[in-house]
Write a protein that binds this ligand. Structure first.
Ligand code: C2E
Ligand code: MG
Ligand code: MG
Ligand code: MG
Length: 289
């Protein structure tokens, strides 16, 4: 009887999960129309420089303002879109919108770096880099102010091919970040070959590092290892004061997370930067914005 009950519960759960994935899959067919109808929007999450307490840049994070489903987070459609070629037009939209916003900020004196998340499929789209170069030129931006974030697992899915594509990005001068580092079954034999400028330590490590000594040591030594390999380190998911103090003590270069700020619309970023009241590591608190 208990087994039956358990079975029944699983059945209900499966139906719900299946409906969600079917609904999310149905979204994929709407991507092209939705780009045309301007239903996508970028929010921006600030990145705090831990050495000087300043906001050095932002990461663009896409959202879908769906007429029926409301604000849909990227986790509900990016994985599905990524499994199709529609990730090409969507990423192009994201890149251009981010570059346009960055140019607007630069023109008004806000010199922020801009990070854009890319799928591994985008790396194999040879015309993308050409178009990005043209966009940077058209908007008068230096390649070095742009950053592409690619997840470690995407790189490791086909490291030989990915590394070649990453080198082409690097050759252009665009900075590269390994996103969600630590979750991608990375092999130490590839780490030194990835031509990245930045390692972003996944939120799951930051969340656990103060409760689990070994996780703390992993974060600390990942920071040291990245530095030895000439990469800067960003801690993701810094959501309380202790997270911030710990990663700062470990020598981390920058931090992102809800403690500092949630992702915001462009206009909200501008207001927030003016207030300059984000938390800073102790020894930079006196430096000011
Ligand atoms: P990501 O690139 O690792 O971005 C960080 C995610 O963690 C964001 O979720 C952000 O809102 C969230 N986050 C930041 N700080 C905290 C924190 O302190 N606590 C918690 N709980 N969460 C935090 P979001 O915006 O839902 O994006 C999820 C993922 O979707 C991104 O992970 C990225 O992999 C993907 N994504 C977002 N925008 C794009 C895009 O334009 N293109 C592609 N290909 N992927 C995107
Ligand atoms: Mg990212
Ligand atoms: Mg990440
Ligand atoms: Mg992530």
């Amino acid at each position: 009887y208990a087994g039956l009950q358990r079975g029944a519960r699983f059945a209900v759960y499966d139906i719900a999960a299946d409906r969600t994935s079917r609904e999310n899959l149905a979204l994929v067919g709407e991507v092209l129309d939705s780009i045309r109808e301007e239903q996508f929007i970028l929010h921006y999450q600030p990145k705090l420089n831990l050495a000087n307490g300043k906001i050095e840049g932002v990461e663009a994070l896409v959202r879908w303002q769906h007429p029926v489903r409301g604000m849909v987070p990227p986790g509900d459609f990016i994985p599905q879109v990524e499994s199709t070629d529609l990730i090409l037009p969507l990423s192009r939209w994201v890149i251009e919108a981010a570059i346009r916003q960055q140019a607007e900020w630069h023109a008004s004196g806000l010199k922020l770096t801009m990070a854009v998340n890319l799928s591994v499929t985008n790396l194999y789209d040879e015309s993308l880099l050409k178009d990005v170069r043209a966009l940077l030129k058209a908007y008068g931006l230096r390649a070095e102010s742009l950053e592409f974030e690619v997840t470690e697992s995407a790189i490791m899915a086909d490291p030989v091919r990915a590394l070649e594509a990453l080198r082409a990005v690097r050759d252009l001068g665009i900075h590269l970040s390994i996103d969600d580092f630590g979750t991608g079954y990375s092999s130490l034999s590839y780490l030194h070959e990835i031509p990245a400028d930045i390692v972003k330590i996944d939120r799951s490590f930051v969340t656990r590092m103060n409760d689990n000594e070994k996780v703390g040591r992993i974060v600390e030594s990942t920071i040291a290892l990245s530095h030895y390999l000439n990469m800067a380190v960003v801690a993701e998911g810094v959501s309380n004061r202790r997270h911030l103090d710990t990663v700062a003590a470990y020598g981390c270069d920058a931090a992102q997370g809800f403690l500092i700020a949630r992702p915001m619309e462009a206009s909200a970023i501008e207001d927030w930067l003016k207030k300059a009241d984000w938390p800073r590591p102790e020894d930079t608190a006196s430096i000011g914005p």
